[in-house]
Design a protein around this ligand. Sequence first.
Ligand code: ZN
Length: 381
Amino acid sequence: MSIPTENVGSLPRPMKLQAAIADYDAGKITKADLKIEQDAACKDSIERMEATGSPINSDGEQRASSFATYPLADTLAGTGLADNLAGDGQYFAIFTDGHHRQLPRLTGGPFKYKTYAADYLKEAMPLANKPLKQAVIAPSMLYLLYPLDGEIEGYTREQFTEDLVNECEKDIRKCFETGAQRVSIDFTEGRLACRNDPNNPWTGRGMLEEFINLNNRVIDRFTAEERKNIGIHTCPGGDCDSTHSADVDYADMLPSMFKMNAGYFLIQLASEPDKERIYKLLGEHSRADANGVPQVCFIGVINPLNPTVETPEQVRDDLLLASKYIPVERLGSTDDCGFSPFSIDVKPKHGSPDFARDVAFQKIESRVKGTQMASEELGLN
Ligand SMILES: [Zn+2]
């Protein structure tokens, strides 16, 4: 049994697709016109990811407005916003390069997804020759749609939370029913919750434990057998080649994160300054038995924000070092983040989204090769 390897989910959208999204927002083209570009980008993403040798792939989230807003709006600019939402919600994150990303604001109930991740997966399945995974958004992120203070008239926080948990459960179940082999939950707000940024009020509210409990309300609705294939992704953000919480010490977050009863974790690590210290933390805090399922640690070996392609040897060496601290049967490899979690992303350090796509596939190929090399070295094949 070799070391498993899996991507997070997204790829940069081709420049042609990003232009089509802008034209759609401006009313210059129809939704059907936009879909032609999305179809082409999904097909290209799956074909090229499969060509890297990767055992499991995704459609690169080419149809999604972002990893967080896909259930709520057709585009990042807010075209096709779901019912009971307004565009002017709180900042989800302020990035180190100064740009920010904002969430919509809930104006009333009930809270319902407009689009489920499985709606995209359904389109991707016929294009794939290998198993597909699907990423979904965590309830803890969408919890931030509700105003931080006070209550919405006629729709209590408790009512909203119950609706949210039901929708997130449905989102995951539909992915498995549609044919996903694995489903990972994006939890980028976990590390950000430890940041306490005065410019971003929610980060100073000590919400991490609340997030963990909320996510477990969804995860605990699944059997141990199902949870083997339900993952959690943690990272310091990855948008426009910039991060939002890389300065937060993982030691503040990881012990809480592993309280979630998920079967695997996709953990940003390639861009950490002291990887060995974090490998050690993973070995200490991940659980061999999380209510019936072992927690497998997929360590990040690829940095999607940096155009320099990691070599397979670097990937191998990271895994070999990690295997000193994490039991090999609970070790995997991944990328630090999606390659473009938001649909509109010029990938400034790469020069262009199209070039960043080429780089992404080279990086995935290195991850696959290096993971294979580590498996051989550890006598797993
Ligand atoms: Zn991420």
